[in-house]
Design a binder for this molecule. Structure first.
Ligand code: FES
Length: 493
């Protein structure tokens, strides 16, 4: 056995480790968060840690053979959008939605994002939100996107358990923290509602997600699941009601149903777009709902980019020209997040540094001192991602015999929708220019949907109605999709 001394955020701890284990495995085993977008394949270069004496190493490729001391990069709070906007319902708590199992009754609505998790703690007696907690999904240590995490389940005997436990432990940690602050027991948590993509719902419940990634892409469940607290591993009342909201298909999840249900808008024909590690799209035309998932990859979350990172402190989040950029937390820039790369690409295209085909002669240096730059490969990643999303929207509206001009509004869900510069997104062809002036960021619609689901039986009925109406369109079966995808790769509009 070797001793591994780990220093994280100024605190050190020594753990024992057997030979033949990579540093990333040792870190995961000891519940340290490590950003590992490629899931430990050694291809993303993002899992760097400092080993005393050896300098920075990729933790997935480093196998200690003697006692070592390592220093982890400081972890930052996730920069997560939790807000309510005018486009989303804010319903009162209805009496029928509450239960009384303990002297203090709390409910928790949770949005499990692939990258970030948001928890709304609601007093079930007063209907008041007492706390909103957010943190990086600890499953990120096993990969940035759902496919990498599903592969981890497929290839490792304990894979599913690893991912299930990672999220359960993190949720329990937050609930214990909340209970300790208020001097109450965790038995006060009486009702929990969950939204998230289909894979996140499977991993939360410990259900094998492998069929989601294999043709014909059938999840084990899409319906609402209602469980008793003591069957879930969650630190809640044993009789608590734990509900996962319904999904549509393998890649159109409960986050989309929750988001659509939460939309409080008057428009008749509209698009709803959630850009995360996938582009999930819904088209609502009067009484009908069509959905699809565009395989955009995690480029807009910064994961596949050379200097990419998620929207945390140190990320360049907006860019208007050389030396003119904003950094989250007003700190030294460390990398570029999704909204930042959209701005940079728009600038490069507008100034002819990237041509219509996406060709760029040299790397573009964004910050010399900190070695932050954009490569040709990064431009290609953005082209693939933006074309997948634009083409997905186009296929849905074409299928209904409509054009973008017939669409009354495009609602953008989540943090990306909120922080992105819409002008840049139009310029690079991620969003259709016909919708200029009709694009509205709506905030964390999935989280707000889970919160309304916790508070209101009327909202539960609304959600069920949307689940029943929503039809799924498989883009890969659509002959036009490949043509659209190729056409929309370019930067001409
Ligand atoms: S290079 Fe180590 S996780 Fe990607």
């Amino acid at each position: 056995m070797m001793k591994v001394t780990i220093t994280s955020n100024g605190k050190s701890k020594t753990v024992s480790a057997g030979r033949g284990r990579s540093l990333i495995e040792i870190l995961r085993q000891n519940h340290y968060e490590i950003y590992a977008p490629c899931g430990g394949k050694g291809t993303c270069g993002k899992c760097l840690v400092e080993v005393k004496g050896d300098g920075p190493v990729l933790s997935c490729n480093y196998y200690p053979v003697k006692n070592v001391e390592i220093i982890l990069p400081d972890t930052e709070e996730a920069n997560i959008l939790t807000s309510q906007t005018e486009y989303l319902y804010d319903l009162p708590l209805d009496e029928e939605s509450t239960i009384r199992l303990s002297p203090h009754s709390y409910g928790v609505a949770v949005d499990i994002g692939t990258t970030t998790v948001v928890m709304y703690f609601l007093d079930l007696r007063s209907g008041k939100i007492e706390k909103i907690a957010s943190f990086i999904n600890p499953q990120s240590a096993f990969g940035a996107d759902v496919i990498t995490r599903i592969t981890h389940c497929q290839l490792n005997a304990t894979g599913l358990q690893d991912l299930h436990q990672a999220i359960i432990s993190a949720l329990n940690r937050e609930m214990r923290k909340f209970a300790a602050c208020r001097n109450i027991s965790t038995a006060s948590f009486e009702k929990l509602t969950f939204a998230g993509n289909t894979t996140m719902m499977h991993l939360l419940l410990g259900e094998d997600p492998v069929s989601i990634a294999l043709s014909p892409f059938k999840p084990r469940f899409t319906a609402t699941r209602k469980l008793r607290g003591d069957t879930t591993g969650l630190s809640v009342n044993k009789e608590a009601i734990v509900v996962t909201m319904p999904s549509v298909a393998a890649f159109v999840g409960a986050d989309i149903i929750a988001g659509l249900a939460a939309l409080n808008v008057n428009q008749k024909n509209y698009l709803f777009l959630d850009v995360g590690t996938n582009g999930e799209i819904a088209l609502v035309t009067g009484d009908e709902i069509f959905t699809c998932a565009a395989a955009a990859g995690p480029a807009f979350e910064g994961a596949n980019l050379t200097c990419g990172m998620s929207a945390r402190t140190g990320a360049i989040s907006s860019f208007t020209g050389p030396g003119e950029y904003l950094v989250i937390g007003n700190s030294e820039p460390v990398g570029i997040c999704g909204s930042g790369i959209v701005d940079i690409v728009a600038f490069l295209v507008a100034n002819g540094i990237v041509d219509e085909t996406g060709y760029m002669k040299d790397h573009y240096v964004v910050n010399h001192d900190n070695n932050i730059y954009v490569t040709q490969k990064d431009i290609r990643e953005i082209q693939l991602a933006k074309s997948a999303i634009y083409s997905g929207m186009k296929i849905l509206i074409k299928m209904r015999g409509l054009t973008f001009s017939d669409i009354d509004a495009l609602f953008l869900a989540g943090g990306f929708g909120n922080y992105i510069n819409i002008r840049s997104a139009l310029q690079i062809g991620l969003l259709p220019e016909e919708l200029t002036g009709k694009i509205y960021p709506v905030g964390n619609s999935a989280g707000i949907g889970a919160l309304q689901y916790l508070k209101s039986n009327e909202f539960v009925k609304r959600t069920d109605m949307i689940k029943n109406k929503a039809r799924y369109v498989e883009l890969s079966n659509d002959d036009d999709f490949t043509t659209e995808f190729a056409l929309n790769m370019s930067f001409t509009r």
